[in-house]
Structures are given as structure tokens and as C-alpha cells.
Design a protein around this ligand. Structure first.
Ligand SMILES: CC(=O)N[C@H]1[C@@H](OP(=O)(O)OP(=O)(O)OC[C@H]2O[C@@H](n3ccc(=O)[nH]c3=O)[C@H](O)[C@@H]2O)O[C@H](CO)[C@@H](O)[C@@H]1O
Length: 373
């Protein structure tokens, strides 16, 4: 019987953690590894997208943040129980590597890897780590960072891998950018996976301030929550702007590649998409994200002068209109922004994660920090 190295991937039950976990799982399965996913019931629902050879191991979900008083009191015991059974199992199984992607459901597997001294790493998607990754950051061999720089506890071993993006984004990586000119200009507006209510008022109000002839050249595609869609469509129609309004665009990669300007939040995957394809952007970080991590996420693009950041507290129609006009009326500057975005993008994030896993398993010589860019 051939020996397949065993990778345990632990990921919390939200798209933000699951998506990069899935990208790594697929790549490792292709390499002939046996992959086990450790997640909770919520995470198990995402696993439809995982390669079927991945074995899903559900852990009792025990978040301190959710549930009633009874659930909160029981949470530490459930977590301890989870750690204990994961530890006993890991002692038997001796996985080659354990990778945690963040979230409460990763506690048992990552803690067990620490207790049984298995090679282990974390992947942190955001510029400020979530609670669980912050606790474990110094007790793993490596923290692979989706966002660079990432604020980590002192002493943690950090390496920049970027956040994996989907195949449809990679197909358009660095697609030639058409700077704004006299032809129709496309403006793409989207929130995170849920959409952003503020954009439904702010963007039409900003476009209303642009000179009429400029407005006439615009083609807007805007993600809006279902309850806002009608009002947004009516606002654009009233000012003669051609607009497509959808609750969720399935073809964001194509739309990004065709956009002259993107207005979005600063979620980790959104920024990975924008920077791998390479488009100028106006970013309005979601102000209630834990530890304001979206502002941290946007740092690299803003410092590279690829993006204009407007804090939500300063998001007036005037400020947004000024930012939009500054990109759309300066084709050369817009072209430079698109190029600068590419310098932040990491199209080979999945390969970088794979290389780290192989290195931890002792299958590849360790890279020194100097080898990194
Ligand atoms: C509100 C909140 O706390 N959001 C968090 C959540 O992001 P959330 O999952 O909301 O947002 P992300 O930016 O990470 O991902 C959104 C993904 O959906 C795509 N998309 C979006 C709109 C659309 O119409 N079609 C479409 O395909 C985007 O291109 C992107 O690939 O997890 C991320 C990763 O931990 C964090 O960085 C975010 O801060």
C-alpha cells in the first residue's frame, strides 16, 4: 500500500475561513494527500464545494459569542472535550501537518497539534487576526498571512502567502486594463458576500453630483441587497445612468476585468480579487469588522497608491464623487493605480500554502525569510 501523507485542515464555518481552506484541500488532494477537514455543522454545509475525497470531521461548535447563557457556560467544557478527543485521535493518527484557518471550530485540532507536537501552521486571511488565530499564533511553526503586513503577536513566525482566489479570477490575473476615456466607462460596486446597504444610498448620491455628460458615459453594475434594489434602480434611472442591479453577481471576475473603477468594502477575498486582476479601487472598510481588520486589509493597496480609502464616517456624496472623478478623469493615473494593484496581488497564494505544508512535512527544504520578496 502506498503511503499518502495526511493533512488535517481545521476551519471555522464561514465563507471567509472556508474558501482558502477549500483551495488548499483541493491542491493537496491533487498531490495525492489524504485530507481531513475538521469543522462544525455550519462549516460542514460549505463542504459541497470540497473534493469528495476529503473526509469531514464535525466538531461540536462551541462559540463563547453565540447562544444563550446555558450554551455560554457549557462552551469551555465542550471545547475541552473537543481538545481531549482530538488529542487522543491525533496521537494515534500522527498527521503529517495540521493547518488552522481561524474560527472557534479550529480550536480542537490546532490545540491537539500543539499538545502532540505535530507540524502545524495557521492561515490568517485578515490584516488583524481573529481571536482564535491570535491565541495560537506563537504556538505554531508558521503563520501564513493572506494580507501583508499582518499585525501578529510578537514572536510569531509570519510569512506572506496571500489569500487564494478562485480559478475564474486567476484566468483574468493581470488582464489588460482599459483606462477611462470617452467610451462607456464601467463602474463596479459591491459589498462583501452580503452586500452593503450604505452603497445603495452613497453611490447614486455621488454620481448625481457628476457633470451630466460624464454620467451619461457610465455603465454601473451594483450589488444591492434585495430590499434596496428597487430604490437603487430608480435612482439611476432618474439620472439617466445605465445600471444593472443584482443581489449577488456570479460573474464578478469578468466584471472586475471589464471595470475601469471598482468601489467595494475591504474584505480579504474582495481585495485579493481586485489586486490579482489589478483594478483601481475606492475602498470603504466595513467599520464594524472585528478589530477594524478591514482598514488593516486595505493598507497595502492604499500605500501602493492603487486604492483610495474613504472611512465610512467620512462617506459623503461629495467625498465619494471627488474620488470617483479623480480616477475617471485621469486615465494615466488610473492606469498607474491598476498597475500598482497588481504589485499587491498574489496569484500563486495556493501554491505558496502548498509549499509551506510540504516544507512542514519535511518533504521540501525550508525556505529562509530572505527567499521571500
Ligand atoms: C462583514 C465582514 O465581517 N466580512 C468579513 C468576511 O468577508 P466576506 O465573505 O463578506 O467578504 P470577502 O471580501 O472576504 O469575500 C467576498 C467574496 O464575494 C465575491 N462577491 C461579492 C459580491 C458579489 O456580488 N459577487 C461576488 O462574487 C467577492 O469578489 C469576494 O471574492 O470574511 C473576510 C475574510 O475573513 C473578512 O475579511 C471580512 O471582513
Amino acid at each position: 500500500m502506498t503511503h499518502h501523507p495526511h493533512l488535517i485542515i481545521a476551519a471555522g464555518g464561514t465563507g471567509g475561513h472556508m474558501f482558502p481552506a477549500q483551495a488548499l484541500a483541493e491542491a493537496m488532494v491533487r498531490k495525492g494527500w489524504r485530507v481531513t477537514l475538521s469543522t462544525d455543522a455550519r462549516g460542514a454545509r460549505y463542504t459541497g464545494g470540497f473534493p469528495h475525497v476529503v473526509e469531514v470531521r464535525e466538531v461540536a461548535s462551541a462559540s463563547f459569542a453565540r447562544g444563550g447563557v446555558g450554551a455560554k457556560l457549557a462552551a469551555p467544557f465542550r471545547i475541552l472535550g473537543g481538545i481531549l478527543s482530538a488529542t487522543l485521535r491525533m496521537r494515534r493518527e500522527k498527521p503529517a501537518v495540521v493547518v488552522g484557518f481561524g474560527g472557534y471550530p479550529t480550536i480542537p485540532a490546532v490545540a491537539a497539534a500543539i499538545l502532540t507536537r505535530r507540524p502545524r501552521m495557521l492561515h490568517e486571511q485578515n490584516g488583524v487576526p481573529g481571536k482564535v488565530n491570535r491565541i495560537f499564533a506563537k504556538r505554531v511553526d508558521t503563520v501564513a498571512c493572506g494580507t501583508w503586513p499582518t499585525v501578529l503577536p510578537e514572536g510569531a513566525q509570519a510569512i506572506h502567502t496571500g489569500n487564494p482566489v478562485r480559478a475564474a479570477v486567476l484566468d483574468r490575473a493581470g488582464a489588460p486594463y482599459t483606462p477611462p476615456g470617452d467610451w462607456p466607462m464601467s463602474l463596479l460596486v459591491f459589498g462583501g458576500s452580503q452586500g452593503a446597504h450604505v452603497f445603495s444610498e452613497a453611490v447614486p448620491a455621488a454620481l448625481a453630483l457628476l457633470p451630466e455628460e460624464r454620467r451619461g458615459q457610465l455603465r454601473v453594475a451594483q450589488q444591492a441587497r434585495p430590499e434596496d434594489a428597487e430604490a437603487v434602480a430608480a435612482a439611476y434611472e432618474a439620472m439617466g445612468v445605465r445600471a444593472e442591479i443584482e443581489p449577488f453577481f456570479k460573474d464578478i471576475p469578468r466584471r472586475l476585468s471589464e471595470a475601469q473603477l471598482v468601489i467595494c468594502r475591504a474584505g480579504a477575498s474582495s481585495l485579493a480579487d481586485v489586486s490579482v486582476i489589478g483594478r483601481p479601487s475606492i475602498l470603504i472598510p466595513y467599520p464594524f469588522a472585528a478589530n477594524d481588520h478591514q482598514t488593516a486589509n486595505s493598507k497595502a493597496l492604499v500605500e501602493a497608491e492603487a486604492a483610495i480609502r474613504i472611512p465610512q464616517s467620512k462617506l459623503t456624496p461629495e467625498a465619494l464623487a471627488e474620488a470617483i472623478a479623480s480616477v475617471l478623469t485621469q486615465p494615466e493615473a488610473a492606469g498607474r493605480m491598476a498597475q500598482a494593484a497588481l504589485s499587491v496581488g498574489v496569484p500563486d497564494a495556493t501554491e505558496r500554502l502548498v509549499a509551506l505544508v510540504e516544507e512542514l512535512a519535511g518533504l521540501k527544504p525550508a525556505k529562509t525569510h530572505e527567499d521571500q520578496e
